[in-house]
Design a protein around this ligand. Structure first.
Ligand SMILES: [Zn+2]
Length: 451
């Protein structure tokens, strides 16, 4: 029926189908997927915390597998290295000659470089009011507490810095719960935020306050790296365009003496990418390379706040305007609590947000090639968990690049020391690898563009 209504589309799909006479089902190796997940999730990798021994060791492991399979680096090295600020916050805030004490009277987040400011700024009673009337770059908004502050609402403001004057400011709450990581995690990393105890600010009710700030987020203390490999396309023109397959390989490290192994999060995605790299490299060797080029990026710093992908998308190795799509794989080896074991459900997030055609290609490929049950519940814009903003694909989406986030579901071991390799369903991992391989293949060889 679809063919009769959309004849043009059907012909197009047939053509790409003709090019793509491949079936990856026999080629994807479950034993390799197991080997890689078990290795990355071993205690000797110490939970792969960004900037620490285990994360570097994991990067070296990824590279060793790539070398073994002769998947080349893009450029001179497999590593895209960069530095991260290790948090060591300190700062001063004055309000009409009054010096406030950090962190007893105020705290701050999303400030990555030393920051100074001096001036008189407007005070608004709520985020809503600020949205209506603010034209300033630095403003103050009143709030009952950190918990009650409409942090998502500030995205509608075109401001550099918001001082949140909290009636109930708790410095211990600030230092333990709200920090750069949490804010970046929610996809709201851009606006600098300062939380101040409202009782310490003079003349708030006048609608204007004098502020002087000198904030220091700490020192650049750690080096870390994304791992990047590629497979060059074979079409002289289209090979300048890229499909980027990504997933993070960092995790949470050691807490209270327990290694957080992150087998599912995201040993599974990292292993899937290694297997896809091996597969596409093999195809190319057999003279069946794709038309477009394929870039694999294993991101660091995801658990800290999507730092690796943010660094990549601000320092791209291939032009973003030639990056046609990002397929991001994060936690795909388990079933969500409540889903029956045999069902093997995969959640797809984001596919239709920037390109309707991407969603069409993705869902048609899945129907033809995959044994997984597809679920779009986390793609609902009203879903309170907001997964669209919570993994590395979001940094591509922010640059206008269509993306799909493949996610296997939440379970009781999420972000616990018990996220171990024995609990992974490797049949499911293999099915996801198959789905991503076929979807990537269609995108690598399709006619026309996604937008
Ligand atoms: Zn995680």
């Amino acid at each position: 029926m679809l063919g009769r209504v959309f004849t043009g589309l059907a012909v197009l799909l047939c053509l790409s189908g003709l090019y793509g006479q491949v079936d990856f089902r026999q080629s994807i190796r479950q034993d390799y997927l197991m080997r890689d997940v078990y290795t990355l999730a071993a205690d000797s990798f110490e939970g792969r915390r960004t900037g620490e021994y285990g994360q570097h060791k994991a990067a070296d492991y990824l590279i060793s597998v790539l070398e073994e399979n002769t998947v080349p680096a893009y450029g001179e090295s497999y590593k895209q290295s960069f530095g991260l600020w290790k948090k060591n916050l300190s700062g001063e805030l004055w309000n009409q000659q009054n010096k406030l004490v950090f962190p007893r009277d105020f705290g701050f987040s999303s400030i990555y470089e030393p920051f100074q400011f001096e001036g008189t700024i407007p005070v608004y009673a709520s985020v809503k009011e600020a949205v209506k009337s603010s034209r300033e770059k630095v403003i103050c908004i009143q709030a009952k507490s950190l918990m009650k502050f409409d942090i998502r609402g500030i995205k509608k403001l075109n401001v550099d810095l918001v001082i949140v004057a909290c009636e109930m400011y708790q410095s211990d709450y600030f230092s333990s719960k709200i920090d750069d990581e949490d804010l970046a995690f929610q996809g709201i990393p851009k606006t600098k935020l300062i939380y101040v105890s409202a009782s310490k600010l003079k003349d708030l009710s006048t609608g204007k306050i004098d502020i002087k700030l000198d904030l220091n987020p700490g020192k650049k203390a750690v080096e870390t790296e994304n791992v990047v490999a590629w497979i060059e396309g074979s079409d002289p023109k289209l090979k300048k365009e890229f499909v980027v397959i990504s997933g993070h390989y960092d995790h949470l490290g050691i807490h209270n003496g327990k290694v957080h192994n992150g087998a599912d999060d995201n040993g599974t995605g990292s292993a899937t990418m290694l297997e896809l790299a091996r597969l596409f490299r093999l195809l190319k060797e057999q003279g069946k390379g794709s038309k477009r080029s394929l870039l694999f990026v294993w991101f660091t710093g995801e658990e800290m706040g999507l730092f690796g992908s943010r660094y990549y998308t601000t320092h791209p190795m291939v032009p973003l305007e030639k990056t046609i799509v990002n397929l991001n794989i994060d936690m795909i080896g388990r079933n969500e609590d409540g889903v029956e074991d045999g069902e093997r459900k995969i959640f797809l997030v984001g596919a239709d947000r920037i390109s309707k055609r991407l969603h069409e290609i993705s869902s048609e490929t899945a129907a033809k090639k995959s044994g997984l049950v597809l679920d779009y519940k986390y793609n609902d814009r009203k879903d309170p968990l907001r997964l669209y903003y919570r993994s590395d694909h979001y940094n591509f989406a922010e640059k206008g690049i269509p993306c799909i986030f493949y996610f296997g579901g939440f379970h009781k071991d999420y972000h616990q020391a018990t996220d171990d390799a024995e609990k992974i369903d490797f049949i499911k991992v293999r099915e996801v690898a198959l789905l991503v391989a076929h979807t990537a293949w269609e995108l690598l060889n399709m006619e026309g563009s996604l937008k």
